[in-house]
Design a protein around this ligand. Structure first.
Ligand SMILES: Cc1cc2nc3c(=O)[nH]c(=O)nc-3n(C[C@H](O)[C@H](O)[C@H](O)COP(=O)(O)OP(=O)(O)OC[C@H]3O[C@@H](n4cnc5c(N)ncnc54)[C@H](O)[C@@H]3O)c2cc1C
Length: 284
């Protein structure tokens, strides 16, 4: 219990009520929900680090781990949710004015302090961009503290592209490149074609001053790490955000365990060299 962040106080197992104050849909299966805590006194407890997640609940239905995708400098907590199963199917039906339960924030954040004055390469696939969008907003607000920022984002089809406005806005920032690719492009797609790791050939990567933030499907991350290794980027400069089945979120139940690591409290962001041996084991 002592390893919990101090922001949790005693209420980390009891959800707070949060009102949906905005809902933006990216196609039928993915929505970004803007949440505001009903009790203003509880809002400071939800100060978060980019990369952390909340447990979002529907009373009587279930609770799901969802990354906070908003800018940490904003009071509104945004969660970008893909509708996949029992609980998210109920969340799908909720609209502005409805109320959700919220516990958190949990886990660690991206190594934004370590990344200061360095180049940052962000590699994401599909909805995998959600855990890192808050970190990118954070760096953009402090643009002078970071070197070159490259954002490589891959989607299956054009319809899977979420947070397009943000991606386009980051493209206009100084010393920032945003490359988008689709492996099943339609005739309206104007960006690259192929999988996201093919974009490594299009950017200059200085392995001595680059930190990599990566999230997306596990197979993408595995190939990504190996291809970055061929370009001289050591595994201890690559950080990945992991998803595992999660229940308590505070390191008690063991559902999310990966070898000796608890994804909920030791992660969800790990330096790749720390988890490499477990990452390769099928089913873990
Ligand atoms: C730290 C963390 C951050 C996450 N961030 C996001 C996010 O920002 N947006 C988002 O849409 N999802 C995110 N997820 C995944 C999300 O928690 C699951 O999609 C959700 O729990 C599914 O719940 P359900 O009741 O709707 O589906 P269920 O009925 O429980 O399951 C439906 C299907 O999804 C699979 N599944 C369930 N939970 C997970 C999980 N945790 N990881 C992978 N597959 C799962 C099941 O095996 C099943 O195949 C995150 C997970 C973790 C651990």
């Amino acid at each position: 219990m002592s390893s919990l962040p101090s922001t949790h106080g005693s209420g980390f197992l009891v959800p707070a009520q949060a009102e949906i104050v905005g809902k933006h849909s990216f196609g039928p299966d993915i929505h970004a929900y803007e949440l505001r805590l009903a009790d203003p006194a509880k809002r400071p407890r939800f100060d978060f680090l980019p990369g952390q997640f909340n447990m979002v609940s529907v009373p009587g239905v279930g609770e799901v781990a969802i990354s906070i995708s908003s800018d940490p400098d904003e009071e509104i907590l945004e969660h970008t949710i893909r509708i996949v199963g029992r609980t998210t199917r109920v969340i799908d039906r909720l609209e502005v004015g409805d109320v959700l339960g919220l516990r958190g924030p949990f886990g660690n954040g991206w190594p934004l302090r370590e990344a200061r004055w360095k180049d940052v390469l962000v590699v994401t696939g599909g909805i995998g961009c959600a855990p890192v969008t808050g970190a990118i907003e954070y760096m953009m607000r402090r643009r002078e503290n970071y070197g070159r920022i490259r954002i490589l984002h891959g989607v299956k089809t054009a319809n899977d592209l979420i947070h397009r406005d943000r991606l386009l806005a980051w493209r206009d920032q100084p010393a920032t490149e945003v490359l988008l690719t689709s492996d099943q492009p339609d005739r309206h797609w104007r960006d690259r074609t192929g999988v996201v790791t093919e974009l490594f050939d299009e950017v200059e990567i200085d392995p001595t001053r680059t930190l990599v933030f990566m999230c997306g499907p596990q197979v993408m991350m595995r190939y990504g790490v190996s291809m970055l290794g061929e370009r001289g980027v050591p595994k201890d400069r690559i950080f990945v955000s992991l998803e595992r089945s999660m229940k308590c979120a505070v390191g008690l139940c063991g559902h999310c365990q990966l070898g000796p690591e608890f994804v909920c409290k030791d992660g969800p962001i790990f330096c790749f060299s720390r988890i490499e041996s477990f990452f390769r084991v099928a089913g873990l």
